[in-house]
Structure formats: C-alpha cells, structure tokens
Design a protein around this ligand. Structure first.
Ligand SMILES: NC(=O)c1ccc[n+]([C@@H]2O[C@H](COP(=O)([O-])OP(=O)(O)OC[C@H]3O[C@@H](n4cnc5c(N)ncnc54)[C@H](OP(=O)(O)O)[C@@H]3O)[C@@H](O)[C@H]2O)c1
Length: 293
C-alpha cells in the first residue's frame, strides 16, 4: 500500500516528510518545490489532471493536507482559494476514490461556526455546521461533497501546536528581538500538538473498518486561549514579554472567538488521551523542543 501526501511544504506534511522520507511507500507532492528528489511529485490543485493517477492502486492512501489555510488569504484571494480549497479537492477526491484509493481530507473546526447557545457549547461531529467566513465555508463545501463517500475520512482540526507553527515562531521571534509580543484575545481552541496528529494518521493508515467514523474532530482536551499559550512560553523563557490585545472586529469576520470540540472519537481511535497542551507543563516541553534558546 502506498501513501501520497499532498502539500509537502505545509506544517503537517513537513512533519510527515521528516518521519517518512526514507520510507519507499511514501510519496510527497508539492506545488512549490522543484522536484530535486525522485519521490517529490509536482502537483497543483488548480491543475488536477497533472497527478500521476496511474500509480494509484486499491487501498492506497492520499493524505490531502494541501490548502490555502489562512482565513484572511481565503477572503482576500477568494477565487484562487476556491479553486485550491474546493474545486480542485472535490474533483481530485472523486478521481482518486474511483480508482479505489482512500483519502483523508483535512477540514477544520471552524466549520461549526459560532456557538449558537452559549460560549461553552462543545461541538460534536454530528452537530449542525454554520461555518463562519470564507475559509470555513470552503472546508464545509468539500465536506458536503465527499462525506458520503466510504473511501473518505474527514478530520476537523483544531489549532495545531508545534515549535514551527506560525504563532509559536512569532513568539520566538519577539523573544529573540526583545520585542513585546501582541497576543490577540479572546481566541480559544482545543489546541492539539502536531505529534498527536501524526499518531492519528498512523492509525488511519491501517485498513479501515466499519467502526471508523467518516468525520473525526481532532483537538486536545483543554480549551486554551492564545494568552494561555503565551504564558506557558513565558514560563520557559522568562525574558519573553507580551501584551494582550483585542483584535480588530474584522479578525472575527473569518474566525469565531471560541470553538470548543469533543474529541471522543479521536481518543477512541488513538486509544489514549491526547498530550495535555495545558498551561504549565506539557506545552513548555513543546515550546522548548527544537527552539535553541
Ligand atoms: N495548522 C492548523 O492549525 C490547522 C487547523 C485547522 C485545519 N487545518 C488544515 O489542515 C491542513 C494542513 O494544515 P497545515 O497547517 O499543515 O497547512 P499549511 O502549512 O498551510 O500548508 C498547506 C500546503 O498546501 C500546499 N498548497 C498550497 N497551494 C497549493 C496548490 N495550489 N496546490 C497544491 N498544494 C498547494 C502547500 O504545499 P506545497 O507548496 O508543497 O504544494 C502548502 O504548504 C490544511 O488543509 C488546513 O486548512 C490546519
């Protein structure tokens, strides 16, 4: 069984690449890298016919991480983002699954939208989706198009934490330049560390049984704000300074302040709890890993 990871330079794909680059059953596609290496396949979701479909055999796995994942960019460059986030993936998934390939599609917790009743409401996978903003609407559009396909699993990711993610790099760069970081608040998510996502992908790379649901929320146990994350970073790096800033209202046009999700399905698949991204302890380990301070 072969695995194709779409979007080689992305945060999650890059971590997969580091784990699997010597595994001859893994192939990585990229729309931006010049394929110096034989197993990097050039592929752009705006030109899906260029994919080497002849390589796909029954039960091969496509890990479709590629997207325009910035909600602001989706809003500002709507037509292009729609092609990359919706039109391309829907047709690509259809082609792959017709060949018997399986697809893991990366969606987002933003498809749920704002909690309608009160801010503490926890979203389960079967709850109604009222996506807020273009990015969330695009993810939901793909979900609706492919969710009945038994060869597709949909992961609804919360905020992914890693020392190389954009927010953590921002904290690190403020620390290095001795600048006061501006932390947007309120912004709460069931943040999850990247290594838990890799563990989940390992489970899902095995043959799928009927008991595996088609939609799976992917998030940590704790609802954390960016301020919680900044405080944890500060615990490890005492000279780090930050101020809490209310973002402009336009920030919330494309993302709700709070999205709280249930992760029971994910835990069942992992057969364990996700790593605790709680302030004080585990997050410190993440923040110090790989950051040479
Ligand atoms: N990270 C998070 O916190 C988070 C949270 C919720 C959901 N998600 C979703 O999870 C997925 C992975 O997230 P991520 O953070 O790893 O994404 P990312 O870092 O933004 O990477 C996305 C990758 O998509 C590829 N791509 C962009 N345009 C493309 C095109 N026209 N054709 C083909 N590939 C293209 C690029 O790789 P190449 O240049 O190599 O092609 C890019 O690096 C995304 O779908 C994202 O929306 C992420």
């Amino acid at each position: 069984m072969k695995t194709f990871v779409i979007g080689r330079t992305g945060l999650i794909s890059n971590a997969l690449y580091e784990e699997e680059k010597d595994n001859l059953d893994y192939f990585f596609t990229s729309s931006s890298l010049i394929p110096q290496k034989e197993r990097i396949i050039p592929f752009n979701l705006q030109e899906i016919d260029s994919f080497p479909y002849h390589l796909i055999e029954k039960n091969d796995l496509i890990i479709l991480t590629a997207a325009i994942s910035s909600p602001d960019e989706c809003h500002q460059h709507y037509a292009r983002s729609l092609r990359i986030n919706v039109t391309g993936p829907v047709s690509f998934i259809e082609k792959i699954t017709k060949l018997g390939g399986r697809v893991i599609f990366f969606s987002s917790d933003t498809v749920y939208g704002k909690a309608q009743e009160d801010n503490q409401r926890v979203f389960h996978e079967d709850d109604a989706c009222v996506p807020l903003g273009d990015y969330a609407k695009m993810k939901r559009e793909v979900e609706v198009a492919v969710s009945q396909n038994p060869l597709v699993k949909i992961l609804r990711l919360s905020l992914v934490i890693h020392h190389s993610d954009k927010s953590t790099r921002y904290l690190e760069s403020c620390l290095k330049k001795n600048l006061v970081a501006e932390i947007f608040h309120p912004y709460y998510r069931n943040a999850i560390i990247l290594s838990d996502i890799l563990s989940l992908l390992k489970v899902l790379s095995q043959p799928w049984t009927k008991s595996i649901p088609s939609i799976i929320n992917v998030g940590g146990d704790d609802l954390l704000s960016r301020v919680d994350l900044a405080k944890s970073f500060q615990k490890k790096n005492s000279s780090f300074r930050f101020s809490i800033v209310r973002p402009p209202e336009s920030f919330y046009f494309n993302r709700p302040e709070i999205i709280s999700i249930s992760n029971l399905r994910m835990k069942k698949l992992l057969q364990r709890d996700p790593a605790a991204v709680t302030a004080n302890r585990k997050i410190d380990n993440i923040f110090c890993e790989g950051i040479n301070l």
